[in-house]
Design a protein around this ligand. Structure first.
Ligand code: ADE
Length: 226
């Protein structure tokens, strides 16, 4: 997979790819992530990328021309499966979207700033608009980092324990069950006995029951949505 991220603040989104699982995915060659500073395509001697909005009102709008030139350059080099725009009014990211995108080859992610991008950018170039939740961030970069993390960890080979990404919360519409590690007794607080019993079928059943109970208590909407 190849991800091209278009941003006016590359420094805001570089570090997640320099540590832990995302770094390992990059180092293993399972994903390539390229940052593109939109200012490189900015207009005039100020490398301008935004302007006042027509009709008046506070806040700047990202102009179409630098974005068009940037996206056209990328598209002249390879084909893209999706051109994603990070925006609070997009579809809310969930595990299903992450699963779907993890099967794709090449993605462009455009990060918005200020008041967002000229609507014509959305109409002409964007194939998918994604929000990471019902709150407004200062820009799309942190949302793009969240999206990349959720997607990249699902690419086969990225997580060493192949099954672990599949047993995550949400993967089967249930939250994950509680987990424990050593010591079995910490200051009188014991690990559930079943987990140290060695009885694998009983442990599987316990985990399933716990996942169901936790979901019923914390996110009953997940049980009734489908
Ligand atoms: N940009 C600003 N807020 C955002 C959000 N909630 N999700 C994605 N991109 C954003």
């Amino acid at each position: 997979m190849r991800i091209d991220i278009i941003t006016v603040l590359p420094e805001l989104i570089e570090s997640p790819f320099e540590a832990s699982i995302l770094k390992r995915a990059v180092d293993k060659g399972l994903v390539e992530v390229h940052m593109h500073n939109l200012r490189k395509y900015g207009l005039n001697k100020y490398n301008q990328v935004d302007d006042y909005q027509y009709g008046g009102g506070a806040g700047m709008v990202m102009m179409i021309e630098p974005i068009d030139n940037m996206i056209s350059q990328l598209k002249s080099e390879r084909e893209y499966d999706e051109v994603i725009y990070m925006t609070p009014d997009g579809e809310t990211l969930n595990q299903g979207i992450a699963n779907h995108l993890s099967t794709k080859g090449n993605l462009i992610i455009l990060c918005g700033h200020y008041k967002g991008v000229d609507q014509r950018v959305r109409d002409l170039f964007i194939t998918r608009e994604i929000s990471i939740g019902d709150y407004v961030l200062s820009g799309g970069e942190l949302g793009a980092a969240v999206l990349c993390d959720a997607v990249i960890r699902l690419i086969p080979g990225v997580i060493s324990d192949e099954t672990s990404a599949l047993t995550d919360s949400f993967q089967d519409d249930l939250l994950a069950p509680p987990v424990y590690t050593r010591p079995a007794n910490y200051k009188g607080h014991e690990v559930p006995e079943i987990l140290t019993s060695g009885n694998t079928p009983a442990i599987d059943q316990w985990r399933e029951d716990q996942a169901y109970e936790r979901t019923k208590k914390r996110r009953p909407d997940l049980l009734t949505d489908n």
